[in-house]
Design a binder for this molecule. Structure first.
Ligand code: ATP
Length: 452
């Protein structure tokens, strides 16, 4: 439909010089072997969007080599990556044989920082059944681009001569970038790979683009055709799909725009991918808002993984009987799965026992069996009075320590032993309940309860 546009980008002046040097070296290595080399995907999109003469440092570079290696077992991409690694010995080389791709990784390099360069051999993928893993075979750059998700991600910039610097735009990606549109490449795209729905939403929200109307229809069609139900049921057969879905959810939930992205996913009906009953209703929105307040207040050092807490909150919004399966499908960490498994029981225990706790020491005694993420999840689920008690515990009570410590007990002449635990607990309880307020009162309290 769209001819390949000729647009000579002044890539050299846009990109950080060290990155430009790497790309030049890579293209020279490709040329030596008579191959074509292209910069593709997000890097081209970001270069066009950045539209600046600047110092653009892209962290993720995708290269595609179009060429045949003399050995049928090794893709040109792998060969090129090996050659580059010789020239850049600080890079780590990873080879993924079956897909004929290789990656070069730099970690905190003084020049290239944490750069990740994927090098693939031009290829086509076939999907033997929806949502399956792609099978790969060598083919041309156009076909490589055609298997990609959206027109704005299906642009390529030729790095090798002749016509180095030419933009290859077979599907109208440049127009869509200008019109701020997310447009899918073909009607079956979302059936083949439902994670593209999440990717489309992510790009739309991130760049403030619209999902083009026909693309929205394709999304709704894919969802209505039950692609997600199949996905969930075939989980054991399609673990790669679940992994990709989790990766997309992670990208969304750790981005500053996560709330708008969830809203758009919900509008499209795409939260069904997590579970058919999942809706971003007023209650879940409120819980997510509360969660943010909690995380800011109780976890300022970010010792918890905040995007995972958001995901757990979303899963916790489901009926208890669905939670564990969804958590396992999405490959949550073991402790997250356990938390969701125990949440209903813990919530019931708290509902029953917390109102009966009269004194602060009883509250502490009861609540300290739960860790911070569990308490947060319980608080989000329960009514206000209970939530207030949990907040009070987390903000104040859990930070109060006994006035004396083990050393003090020793100095006071108590023989070290198992009894110390009980003594310190008693001291803590008395402190919490306001029965002792200073060291002198603490010593007096001990003398009366634990004669030496
Ligand atoms: P980001 O800046 O968020 O990393 P990106 O476009 O570089 O965006 P990647 O996930 O690194 O995203 O993917 C690189 C490229 O691979 C994309 O630009 C797209 O062309 C292609 N791609 C990635 N995932 C898919 C998918 N599920 N289906 C089709 N093409 C995909």
């Amino acid at each position: 439909r769209f001819p390949s546009e000729r647009l000579n980008l002044s890539v050299s002046s846009s990109l950080a010089p060290q990155l430009w040097k790497l790309l030049t070296t890579a293209s020279q290595e490709a040329e030596k072997r008579g191959w074509h080399l292209y910069l593709v995907g997000g890097a081209v999109r970001d270069l066009l969007l950045a539209n600046t003469a600047g110092n653009l440092m892209i962290k993720d570079i995708d290269l595609v080599v179009d060429g045949f290696h003399k050995s049928a077992d090794v893709g040109a991409g792998v060969e090129l990556a090996k050659a580059l690694q010789q020239l850049y010995p600080t890079a780590r080389l990873e080879i993924h044989g079956a897909f004929q791709t290789a990656a070069l990784l730099w970690h905190k390099d003084p020049q290239l920082d944490s750069l990740w360069v994927d090098i693939a051999t031009a290829r086509t993928e076939f999907y033997p059944y929806p949502a399956a893993n792609p099978e790969v075979e060598a083919s041309s750059i156009r076909q490589d681009l055609y298997r990609r998700d959206f027109t704005i991600n299906a642009l390529a910039l030729r790095l090798t001569s002749p016509r180095a610097g030419e933009l290859l735009d077979f599907f109208g990606g440049l127009l869509d970038l200008q019109a701020k549109q997310i447009r899918v490449l073909h009607a079956n795209s979302f059936i083949e790979d439902p994670t593209r729905i999440y990717r489309g939403v992510r790009f739309a929200v991130r760049f403030s683009f619209e999902i083009e109307s026909q693309t929205q229809e394709f999304i709704r069609y894919a969802i209505n055709s039950g692609v997600y139900d199949r996905t969930a049921q075939e989980n054991s057969k399609t673990p790669a799909l679940q992994t990709r879905l989790k990766t997309e959810l992670k990208h969304i939930l750790e981005a500053p725009y996560w709330k708008s992205a969830l809203q758009l996913l919900d509008n499209l009906g795409a939260l069904q991918c997590i579970h058919p009953t999942l809706k971003l209703d007023a209650l879940l929105l409120r819980q997510l808002r509360l969660l943010e307040r909690c995380l800011r207040r109780f976890d300022p050092q970010q010792s918890l993984i905040h995007w995972e807490m958001r995901l757990e909150t979303i899963i916790a919004h489901l009926e208890p009987q669905y939670r564990v399966k969804v958590a396992k499908n999405l490959q949550l960490q073991e402790d997250g799965i356990k938390r969701l498994q125990n949440l209903a029981k813990a919530e019931a225990e708290v509902l029953e026992s917390l109102p009966a706790c009269q004194r602060p020491s009883q509250v502490v005694q009861f609540l300290r069996q739960y860790d911070l993420p569990m308490l947060v999840l319980i608080a989000l689920q329960t009514q206000r009075t209970i939530r207030r008690q949990i907040w009070y515990y987390l903000t104040i009570l859990s930070h109060i320590n006994p006035i004396l410590n083990g050393n003090d007990l020793k100095k006071l002449g108590y023989k070290p032993g198992v009894q110390y635990r009980q003594m310190l607990d008693d001291l803590l309880a008395a402190t919490l309940d306001g029965n002792i307020n200073n060291k002198a009162e603490a010593e007096e309290f001990l003398a009366s309860s634990y004669p030496r």
